[in-house]
Design a protein around this ligand. Structure first.
Ligand code: 5RP
Length: 293
């Protein structure tokens, strides 16, 4: 019999590829989980610009999201990931969107009621049908329904793990909580300990690096209420410098004067480590150019 080595190349001198996965705390995850995370986080920079448009699930037609089908499609080419409800996904987002979808998977109370009283609002089969990259669950540490919301997290982690779908824990800060690093450390760490694949929290100006350092999985920051554009870029930049692996920004993008330019400016800060001042210069000059046309 002919030796197979004559016609085949087994690259015997090349050691097998065994690279660690690029995301913090995610190396032991299964292939499907990693593949979904790589649709959320840009593998080259290891970071993400998530566009959050799920506000309607508890507050109805939020300013800037009255007509998602009109205002959001121009932003899609610049979003690494879209965070939204299944209702808006099915009714208003073109299925040709090729990046990550993070599905809002809890809900229940409106702004008229106690917000922490949430339940799981999506069956895992429907999440699979929608081909989502992660499930997002609100966790109310210290809130009235803390245990219930933690129960939502752990059930979604179990369901997600069973089919390779990551879970994003969103740390919701109740009205009575102080927005400081001590609280964020507590909330983020609890979410990670209980199995969240990554965590979303608020940036705090003091000691934010202790929040990211003590959370064993990736942390992304929420944008929060609308700020002047330069301030929002400064916040994103500081968070990234202090260990956040991205932003999940909503109002500071879609309520900006020029949303399509703002999301591009945010990308510069997150993916290219540009200074907020440089990114703002880009934003201002492109806005001025557009006004002249
Ligand atoms: C609600 C959320 C929202 O997605 C998020 O807060 C919205 O983003 P932004 O605050 O940047 O408008 O998770 O808790």
């Amino acid at each position: 019999m002919k030796d197979v080595r004559e016609s085949k190349d087994f690259h015997l001198g090349v050691p097998p590829q065994n690279e660690a996965f690029f995301l913090k705390g995610s190396n032991s995850l299964d292939w499907g989980m990693k593949n979904r995370l790589a649709r959320i986080f840009e593998p080259r920079s290891g970071k993400t610009v998530m566009l959050a448009i799920d506000h309607g699930y508890f507050q109805g037609p939020t300013t800037g999201l009255e007509r998602v089908d009109v205002t959001i499609p121009p932003l899609l080419p610049y979003a690494d990931t879209l965070m939204l409800t299944r209702g808006v996904l099915r009714s208003m987002i073109p299925p040709t969107f090729g990046r990550g979808i993070v599905l809002r998977a809890t809900g229940g109370p409106s702004i008229l009621k106690e917000l922490s009283n949430e339940h799981i609002a999506v069956a895992i089969e429907d999440a699979i049908r929608l081909n989502v990259s992660a499930l997002a669950v609100q966790v109310f540490i210290g809130g009235e329904y803390e245990t219930q919301s933690v129960g939502n997290l752990t059930r979604l982690v179990d369901q997600g793990n069973s089919c390779g779908i990551p879970t994003l824990a969103v740390t919701a800060v109740g009205r009575d909580m102080v927005r400081e690093a001590r609280y964020m450390r507590l909330a983020c760490r609890i979410c990670a300990e209980l199995g969240a694949t990554y965590v979303k929290t608020y940036y705090v100006p003091e000691d934010f690096e202790t929040v990211t350092a003590s959370c064993p999985v990736p942390v992304v920051i929420a944008g929060g209420k609308k700020l002047p554009e330069l301030e929002a870029l400064r916040m994103a930049h500081s968070a990234i410098q202090q260990g956040a692996l991205g932003v999940d920004m909503g109002r500071n993008i879609f309520q900006a004067e020029a949303p399509v330019l703002m999301i591009q400016a945010v990308r510069k800060v997150v993916h290219e480590a540009e200074t907020p001042e440089h990114a703002f210069e880009f934003y201002q000059s492109m806005k001025a150019e557009a006004a002249m046309v």
